[in-house]
Design a protein around this ligand. Sequence first.
Ligand SMILES: Nc1ncnc2c1ncn2[C@@H]1O[C@H](COP(=O)(O)OP(=O)(O)OP(=O)(O)O)[C@@H](O)[C@H]1O
Ligand SMILES: [Mg+2]
Length: 229
Amino acid sequence: MIYFSHVTKTYEENWKALSDVTFRIRKGEFVFLTGHSGAGKSTLLKMIYMDERPDDVRGGQVMVRFDKDFVYDSKTTKESKVQGFRRKMGVVFQDFKLLPDRNVFDNVALALRIVGTPASRLNAAVFEALTLVGISQKRFAMPYTLSGGEQQRVAIARAMVHNPYLLIADEPTGNLDPENAEEVFKIFKEINARGTTVVMATHNPDFYMNSPFRRLSLSHGELLNKEIL
Ligand SMILES: Nc1ncnc2c1ncn2[C@@H]1O[C@H](COP(=O)(O)OP(=O)(O)OP(=O)(O)O)[C@@H](O)[C@H]1O
Ligand SMILES: [Mg+2]
């Protein structure tokens, strides 16, 4: 589903955030992304959700294949098509990024409203997503009245409301206490068990040391566990 082939990303001043990174993630997998601060985790995730592309000349290639007719290719896909691909995935960040002036329901509903989803379908989908993360009883609450763990669950519901093929999380438990972090991790595992591919950057060894899932480790922009495509 996700293919990185010799991906290099240089930011200004010749700073290589990623260097010759090659790996593959299959449909339905749960994969951790680990590495020290500045190792390149967020940069790698941005390439998957198409916010960045590899360097122009010999910078490698990123492909994300949702189904056989729907393939993003960092070398050829036009920027105008990227929004359509993004709708096939959900993204969750460390700092939740909820809209402070909208309640829980409206935060989760927003993406469906933008694409003109009819009210009855929209209501059902929002309720299902809020139930998945166990927070439907707070649907009329404003974000500032929620705990960090609850806000992150709303953010996960927002990412899942359009049934994405792929869920990307960039240190989703970084701002949470251990109990809430564990709770949020459980939700990710449940989402994966239902069939969604999950890629999660994390600093939390409790997660990756005690899980059967694969781990990609970055150090100074290089993948430590090199894989053959
Ligand atoms: N937009 C940018 N412009 C210039 N340099 C950048 C940019 N984004 C990231 N970098 C640099 O690229 C390197 C990798 O950054 P990245 O954010 O991918 O690391 P990270 O592994 O996510 O770190 P953290 O654990 O702190 O989130 C860092 O040295 C960072 O300073
Ligand atoms: Mg980061």
